[in-house]
Design a binder for this molecule. Structure first.
Ligand code: TMP
Length: 209
């Protein structure tokens, strides 16, 4: 059984991190070797870059191209230190976010040319793509409700953006489904947490078996 690389994507507050933890626990229980990681971050260098690139202090000054390069610097380090070694060791990789967020935030929202962003991301990952990206999606109204009611501390310069930004992010994610045929699976993120986990777990286990 070959290990696989799965990514959990979507707007802020869609429940990616919760689902990722539930899937990790379920896969471990079934005896699959897994590691959990995140972007940006996952390495010492990457976590340092994360603290700079997402710091709300830089919200008005950091240039889109500067942040694109920083996200990809962290990504390249992460691919070499985390993803490739884990896959080579037979471990399935579960990641919170991926290059797809860059396509949405730095290209679709911040306006950097999509082909350029895509080429840079592919260079950063040495051409290693996820086997599947699960795009957790909730309606605009539900997104707004969750963002307003979110108990989580708002820590990044994107968390503090307004409703229009998050709606555009959702639109950007949905636009990526057609851009990467077969790579992205949209998951309805509005049902019971258990149903959403079971849905993705079924897909993952069948791909691992
Ligand atoms: P999160 O880990 O809490 O989801 O925060 C990560 C933030 O970083 C999120 O707001 C999206 C943003 N981000 C980008 O803008 N570009 C990227 O390439 C990545 C990986 C994340």
């Amino acid at each position: 059984m070959a290990p696989k690389f799965f990514v959990f994507e979507g707007c802020e507050a869609v429940g990616k991190t919760t689902q990722l933890k539930r899937i990790e626990a379920a896969l471990r229980e079934k005896g699959f070797p897994v590691i959990v990681t995140r972007e940006p971050g996952g390495t010492v260098v990457g976590e340092k870059i994360r603290s700079v690139v997402l710091d709300p202090v830089h919200a008005d000054t950091i240039q889109p191209l500067a942040s694109l390069l920083l996200f990809n610097a962290a990504r390249h380090q992460w691919m070499h230190e985390v993803v490739k070694p884990a896959l080579a060791a037979g471990k399935t990789v579960l990641s919170d976010r991926s290059f797809l967020t860059t396509m949405v935030y730095q290209s679709y929202i911040e306006g950097i040319d999509a082909d350029f962003v895509h080429a840079l991301c592919m260079k950063a990952v040495d051409g290693v793509l996820p086997d599947k990206i699960f795009l957790l999606d909730i309606s605009d109204d539900e997104l707004q409700r969750r963002l307003l009611g979110s108990r989580e501390e708002k820590t990044t310069r994107y968390d503090i953006k307004g409703e229009a930004f998050h709606r555009k992010a959702r639109e950007g994610y949905l636009a990526q489904v057609a851009r990467f045929p077969g790579l992205i699976e949209r998951i309805d993120g509005e049902g019971p947490v258990e149903t959403i986990t079971d849905n993705m777990l079924g897909r993952i286990v069948s791909m691992l078996s």
